[in-house]
Ligand binder design. Sequence first.
Ligand code: GLC
Ligand code: CA
Length: 524
Amino acid sequence: MAENLPREPWWQGAVLYHIYVRSWQDSNDDGYGDLRGVISRLDYLRWLGVDAIWLSPTMPSPDADWGYDVSDYTGVHPELGTLDDMDALIEAAAGAGLRVLLDLVPNHTSSAHPWFIDAASARDSAHRDFYVWADPAPGGGPPSNWLDPTGQSAWQWDDGTGQYYLHNYLPEQADLNWWEPAVHAEFGQILTFWFERGIAGFRIDVAHGLYKDALLRDNPVSLDHGPLGGRFGFSPAYSANRPETHAVYREWRRIAERYAPPKLLLGETWTGDFSELSRFYGDHDELQLAFNFPFVFSEFSAPALAGVVTQTLAHLPAGACPVWTASNHDVGRFATRWCGDDERKIRLALLVMTTLPGTVVLYYGDEIGMPDVDVPADARRDLMSPAGPASRDRGRTPMRWDATENAGFTSATVRPWLPVGDMAGSDVADQMRDPDSMLSFCRRLIAWRRAEFGGRVAGYELLSSAADSWSYRAGEVTVLANFSGQRRPAAPPAGRFLLASWGTEPPAGDFGIEPWQGLVYRTS
Ligand code: GLC
Ligand code: CA
């Protein structure tokens, strides 16, 4: 096994920056962010110091689910740009020292994809078996109890050919049938197509979902009603999470390893089970990185976070690199979810994520403490989530670049595709000018992290965790974190003071950690 261990690949210890392209920068005043917009802001990312960007889906799509319903895997969505723009972006990013990851959606295609149109044209069509078709249950009705995210049956009746097709997401997102070898062949070519164009790898959508139970057995009842427990009281034991999916990642890893450096496969591995999570790394022959949803959905408290970190590290195979992230386009922003928009808590969360051993994924705006934004029902864009407090739109609103109308995202006269919201003072330009701002702090953290952890996974040792405090050693540093609103007296750690999430080094005589403060010391 030892010869399989990764040799300090670039993504180990790196900071990845997740851009929801439609919301980051509009270059042509149509109210939608686009690839030319990303190119125009690469200098900012170089200044911030991140290693790579992950772009939300960029392929052509009817946008029932904003790009997660792909109708052409080797193109670029005309609203976002052209293939030439993508080539220009990859090249400009390389010039700025940044790698580019794209979002790949292999679990399903758009119902407007030519494969599906052909599949639905006749039972004996060439692409019929690309999708999951089934007859009604013996007593009539859908073939199994599987549900989509809105609580409707995941089976859609197709009148034309007299069978149901599966959609684990919206009816416009037909699930591919990974039992069909031709689907593997197509995706092998899609991977190669993009790798050859110079991208550094893929974030893989619904990475846990590709294979479905061959017998289409009913999902069992789930007693876990949390976000990782399943859908509407049923665990997705048969509609997703099948063991056969791992073979796909071994295939793809072999393709990724043809390149130097190898291409990166980062999975959206939606599971609450640490053993299942660790299985996605395989024996260093599947995904190199797997999103850690127990961390994402952890409570923002010392025992909860410390517990997730311990569990994660205990389960991951030796030498595997964990991923720490707390915001994304589905779950919303940690500034609001974890921190109730309290700046001290946001800084503490950033400090913790960037001092843990592993790879960090920041969602655009995390670095300025951007909060979720209320999106009125008449401005709703996401169909998969309900309008209101649970809407995914709240975490997808435009980047706040400056204090102009529309925050520099698009020109003042244009209506942005989602509202910018009211966030006086929390923009990039303002925070760049202030050496004590959250943005300046985040930039210092990233620079410090690169110097300290670049290219390796530091060891982790839990020193203590209590109801409202957590301290640990990571590599050569010691972190002390106060997860409470009270100042906590403490014994000063050995070593040299490096940084505080806010405020200054505590005085030696009266050592203590300020409310919601994190302190970092160098032990040697
Ligand atoms: C993933 C994406 C989400 C999308 C779903 C279906 O969970 O992150 O945005 O709706 O897959 O593609
Ligand atoms: Ca645009």
